[in-house]
Design a protein around this ligand. Sequence first.
Ligand SMILES: Cc1cc2nc3c(=O)[nH]c(=O)nc-3n(C[C@H](O)[C@H](O)[C@H](O)COP(=O)(O)O)c2cc1C
Length: 406
Amino acid sequence: MKTLFDLREKQDSEMIEAIQSLYEKPLKVVGLGEQSINACIGCWSCWLKTPGRCVMKDAMAESYSDYVNSDTVILLMDTVQGFISHQAKAFLDRTIPHYHPYIEMVDGECHHVARYECYPDMVFYYDTEGLTNQEEQVIEDYLYRTAYHFKSKAYRIVKDGSPQLYQLEPRKAKRQSVTFESVEPMEKLVIYNGSPRRRGSNSELILKKAVEALDNRVEIRDLKEEDQWDEWAEAFKIEKHVMFFMSLYVHAMPSHVMAFIEKLQASKGSISFFVQSGFPESSQSYYLEAYFEQLAPRLGRTYMGTVIKGGVEGLQMRPGEAQDKMMEPMARAIVNLVCEGSFNPIDVHQLAKPIRFGIGMQIGFKLLGKRLTNSLFWDLHLKKNNAYEKRFDRPYLSLTKERTTV
Ligand SMILES: Cc1cc2nc3c(=O)[nH]c(=O)nc-3n(C[C@H](O)[C@H](O)[C@H](O)COP(=O)(O)O)c2cc1C
């Protein structure tokens, strides 16, 4: 089975018919337009309470079996503000239940272990109108990376007259292609907290530390307060210094952060970004950094840089002193930005370590692998939730899964 997920706001049939012409058998078309996909809230129920199953009850959840039982999924996406739309991003974030929380190491980077035996090839089509060449490349790199992480082969359809399908070649994103700027010390910095978590958010803890140090020189706004978005987007036009602080979701921003970014108009001032993630290596966040480097000029703003910090999951479980020790350099990076008007490059460099794991760590991980990945932290939680016996469930798999190739 091949399923086409139409994630576009305006779901015209012309593009679908054009794509259908690339395949012999009829495609199953699933329309997931506006309102059909709730944003992932990082509750981890799909890992720790109902293994493999998302708690959300929406059209996206209803389409999970179409996803896992297809040999090919074709995603039709809008692009907004130089990236895939929040709707498309929500789709990718909500694909997490199809993987285990357990971790394996691939080429010096952490990956989630497969829950299903195989995954569909991922075919991407996105509208390139209004994109610069660099933005188009950033999106392609990002989608390639996502498919790679999802253990799928990646393809792209481009429409130059008739549609053409080609496989995406492996590539790696580069760090810091754009220089970090500096400005005068800031009287005030507005920080948008982009964590989707309702409680137990790491971002909230870290930002509290920044407020303790900077008092009223920072104002934190939680992007979960959607009813404030219009007012904040209006304020963005005149606010001098703005930072987006977020957790990494599938190598990019959580979808509600993208939904807010979509509302912003170009305006004068500075913009900075802070990305903290679960896996230790900062290479996870390079694809998002590459987008932010493009977003700053798109919004007409001075790019102050993107700070990346990995290994933050579990912050709340650390004892007080260890927690403070971990948060201190992150808060300091924000203090520096406000008080000096720039990030301290040495601090930024230190925070980003490790970029990837070296060969020694890779061997160590292989030796310890089974014990590390299949027990300890995750199993403890699974047992606490009476879900341990179900940890290898494949809830959306149909017994008659039909496999064909592209
Ligand atoms: C849907 C989802 C996707 C995630 N994707 C990544 C990822 O690609 N790489 C990574 O290192 N961490 C990833 N994480 C982990 C979060 O970035 C990490 O847990 C973060 O510290 C959460 O911060 P918060 O509590 O402030 O939201 C993901 C978490 C969720 C729920």
